[in-house]
Design a protein around this ligand. Sequence first.
Ligand SMILES: NC(=O)c1ccc[n+]([C@@H]2O[C@H](COP(=O)([O-])OP(=O)(O)OC[C@H]3O[C@@H](n4cnc5c(N)ncnc54)[C@H](OP(=O)(O)O)[C@@H]3O)[C@@H](O)[C@H]2O)c1
Length: 371
Amino acid sequence: MFTRRDFLKTGTAATGALVVGSRAVLAESTGQPRPAPMRVLVLGGTGFIGPHIVNQLVARGHSVSIFTRGRRDASLPAGIERLVGDRMINDTIPQGNLRALEGRKWDAVFDDSATDPRWVRQSATLLKDSGTYLFVSSTGVFLPYLTPQNDETAPVITEPANSPDYGVRKAQSEQVVRQVFGDRGIVVRPGYIVGPGDNTDRFSYWPQRFARGGEILVPGLPEHPSQFVDVRDLVAFMIKIVEEKRGGTFNVTGPAQRLSWGDFIREARATLKPDSTPVWVTDLAFLREQKMTYAIPWMIPEGENMHHLQINNRKAIAAGLTFRPMAETLRDTLADWPKRLAMLPAGQQPNFRWITPEREREVLALWKARR
Ligand SMILES: NC(=O)c1ccc[n+]([C@@H]2O[C@H](COP(=O)([O-])OP(=O)(O)OC[C@H]3O[C@@H](n4cnc5c(N)ncnc54)[C@H](OP(=O)(O)O)[C@@H]3O)[C@@H](O)[C@H]2O)c1
């Protein structure tokens, strides 16, 4: 079975660039009063989330440096300082290569590229005289999701020290940020992040599939839970709490109220193709046989994923997290889809992981033959 753990690993391994135009930048201003300009370092800054952080920071009047290996192209606003190095630590490079950051400090650091607590130890220690350090963690810290409504006080697993598990490494990284930065440290735990620039092809399956119309295989039960956050809402929240200098830990997923999988499918159909026909495949045993146990933002709620899409986000909402209408996320993700396709190497198809057009036809035929 493809698990949440697999998603988390593959999701961040995807590569690609995002082009965000200047009008989009202005539209993404957080709507908050203009703050005092800050000098901000983004560890990351390209890939999926990075350009959204950079563009919204610039739109808020902040000056931005990014630090990456320089492997991906990204159209970022003029005036961005691009620092190049490598956070990777191994036997031959035990310290990574952070030389470009040495002797410098920033008003705020957004750590968007770490999946290893040793990377965070190195950068947080080197940058400890900076003002605020925000670490992009993940709701993956709660895996296995055995209790409903995990909030920020719920226990997370931080052992063994050399665990290969994404969630454990994120939880250990969080600990480092709290140790080094104390109440100047911020930990943000997003659930599935979706929207323009998404290079994982997970959520994006649904807008492009509804746009094609016809009979659409939908696995699961309409009452199953669903959760995700639009990257632009996540980033607006991160910038807001950094500007307000709020320390602490925040689960950041959406929407505000419980979302059912049925509600999501209804909204996608109404927004993108009202004359399409969702065909609900509701027999979970049949879905397991067909290896269709997930279709983000849905997953069979069972075993270690039982309460996976029911994370408690009340604290972040109280601190100012807001959500744009789901229809906007669906439409904008669809509008961005040609850019995503253009980024794929020649001949390569998007990787939806759980389905192809052929599999959809085949499984729909099997399902109809059973009834
Ligand atoms: N996508 C989701 O649904 C999701 C959910 C929860 C949490 N998150 C977290 O969100 C963060 C960002 O995710 P993303 O999807 O935007 O990732 P991404 O598209 O893979 O981008 C990663 C960024 O980090 C840089 N980077 C990677 N390895 C590096 C290294 N060794 N040294 C220096 N820079 C490096 C990349 O640039 P170069 O390649 O040029 O170095 C790029 O700017 C990650 O921490 C991820 O765990 C993602």
